[in-house]
Design a protein around this ligand. Structure first.
Ligand SMILES: Cc1cc2nc3c(=O)[nH]c(=O)nc-3n(C[C@H](O)[C@H](O)[C@H](O)COP(=O)(O)OP(=O)(O)OC[C@H]3O[C@@H](n4cnc5c(N)ncnc54)[C@H](O)[C@@H]3O)c2cc1C
Length: 469
């Protein structure tokens, strides 16, 4: 535990506020920035590579046409508009210099350096294809708005192409959907694709019957929703199977191409599943910024690329740098929203205690509020302390909690409206997708530097974005 701390920090006033730089606008970054809203002696700069705060737990509903992107991704600038001591900068952080206390960020080739007094790094995690990044070409993950929109196009597009299929084999291939991963995201995706096929699209086609769709959910591990325990995992599996989803456990993916996926069971038998549409809902890899920080401190990262932190979430040897959320390795804590939110509030408490000359709070300790996952409309599983349930009541609890955590009244209202349409009726209001959304990711990867968009070089009279008081 540290007490008080640097005189230079303690003597800050509203004329010379402490500059807190926050990296990331996800759960960790946004809650960290907001935690300083009442502090006139703090100036916050939030740097993120997207202009929105993304509510990742509902990405699967964007992918399956229930919600619009705006419902789950409010503009960060708008969320912080009334917080006078906070500014928002768009940029990909490419470097953090712990010695010079400076962050390097970049947008369209324009590089900016932002110095900090205190730094909170909350850059989250990306998808991991377990060393086979080439799988991503054909089995996209689901971490961003781009991913969800691409998947929306691939899922609805598969039904469209099936309507045109010249042979039965091709029709079957197009109507086969494989979801890799039996964690919450895999369960939610498999359940929603089944609902699309069996309910939403039932009457929309003339040459195919969407109910013929084959939906496979597979996982290398032996159980569905392992973190929920055998009872709730079993309940989720039974519910999915009753909806027609084939669940394959102890089955790992060994190859993926554009027309199929090859899997291997625990006996070593390999099977090829012909399918056009695959969803990768397994594996996470911490932001490369975790490795970058670890390297500068001589620390090892864990298997998911996360950097170890001190009991107060700071980086070893750098009490002014905090790492929170999905990119920190601490006590085997899971990559969930509450870990990021509680970490953000805690890091802000440590900084404000220093500013006030108060003792640091006791070491960070995570309060597990429980977890939940939906399987279909009106069906979910929930585990919160002694309360463990599945079915309708768990779904109502899921509904209430998610509405509570969506940022902003506007977004809550539109989300409720979309849910009413989708859960009470047959419809899905967000079925639109474009060719660009489906093909854009791979096309962007092929842009050579000569054709990559950049900002023009201009002379500047402001040497550093963070230099002005
Ligand atoms: C599909 C899905 C479903 C989920 N469901 C649940 C759930 O039901 N319940 C639950 O508790 N958790 C769930 N999670 C996990 C939860 O969303 C994460 O644990 C949480 O978002 C972590 O917060 P974070 O702030 O660490 O990272 P994130 O929320 O991922 O935020 C990272 C931020 O950093 C930015 N960023 C990344 N790299 C850079 C860079 N180099 N420069 C600048 N900015 C950068 C990103 O743009 C983003 O703004 C889910 C995650 C996914 C992907």
């Amino acid at each position: 535990m540290r007490f008080g701390l640097p005189l230079s920090i303690m003597s800050r006033s509203s004329e010379h506020p402490v500059h807190v730089v926050v990296i990331g606008s996800g759960f960790g970054g946004l809650f960290a920035a907001k935690a300083f809203r009442r502090r006139r002696d703090v100036r916050v700069t939030l740097i993120a590579r997207t202009t929105h705060h993304l509510f990742q737990p509902l990405l699967y509903q964007v992918a399956t046409g229930i919600l619009s992107t705006g419902s789950i991704a409010p503009s960060t600038r708008e969320v912080l508009a009334r917080q006078a001591n906070a500014e928002v900068l768009l940029g990909e952080v490419t470097g953090i210099d712990l010695e010079r206390k400076s962050v390097t960020h970049e947008v369209l080739g324009r590089v900016t350096q932002t110095p900090y007094d205190e730094l909170i790094v909350a850059a989250g995690a990306g998808q991991s294809w377990f060393g086979r990044d080439d799988f991503a070409d054909h089995a996209p993950g689901m971490k961003t708005i781009d991913d969800a929109l691409e998947l929306r196009g691939r899922i609805f597009g598969a039904f469209e192409l099936a309507e045109l299929a010249p042979t039965e084999a091709e029709r079957e291939r197009l109507l086969t959907f494989v979801v890799v991963g039996a964690g919450p995201t895999g369960v939610e995706m498999a359940g929603q694709i089944a609902e699309l096929a069996n309910r939403t699209l039932r009457r929309d086609f003339r040459r195919i019957d969407p109910r013929d769709a084959r939906i496979v959910m597979l996982d290398a591990g032996p159980a569905v929703l392992p973190s929920f325990g055998a009872d709730l995992g079993g309940a989720a599996q039974r519910r999915l199977e009753s909806m027609g989803v084939e669940v394959l456990t102890s089955t790992k993916v060994v190859d993926v191409d554009s027309t199929g996926i090859v899997v291997e069971d625990s006996a070593g038998t390999r099977t090829r599943i012909e399918c056009k549409c695959k969803v990768w809902a397994a594996g996470v890899q911490a932001s490369p910024l975790a490795g970058l920080l670890a390297q500068q401190c001589g620390l090892p990262v864990d298997r998911a690329g996360r950097v170890p932190v001190e009991p107060d979430l700071s980086l070893q040897g750098h009490p002014e740098v905090f790492v929170i959320g999905d990119m920190m390795a601490k006590d085997q804590l899971p990559g969930v929203a509450q870990v990021a939110i509680q970490g953000a509030k805690y890091a802000a408490k440590v900084i404000t205690a220093r500013l006030d000359g108060r003792p640091s709070p006791a070491a960070f300790s995570y309060f597990d509020k429980g977890s939940m996952a939906t399987i279909s409309r009106f069906s979910a599983v929930m585990s919160a302390g002694p309360v463990r349930m599945s079915g309708f009541l768990a779904w109502v609890a899921w509904l209430a909690l998610h509405i509570l955590y969506i940022v902003g009244f506007k977004h809550r209202a539109t989300t409720l409206l979309h849910w009413a349409v989708s859960f009470l009726g047959l419809g899905r209001t967000e079925r639109a997708y474009t060719v660009q959304q489906v093909l854009g990711r791979r096309a962007l990867q092929r842009i050579d530097p000569e054709h990559a968009p950049t900002l023009p070089e201009v002379a500047t009279d402001e040497p550093e974005s963070g230099a002005k008081p």
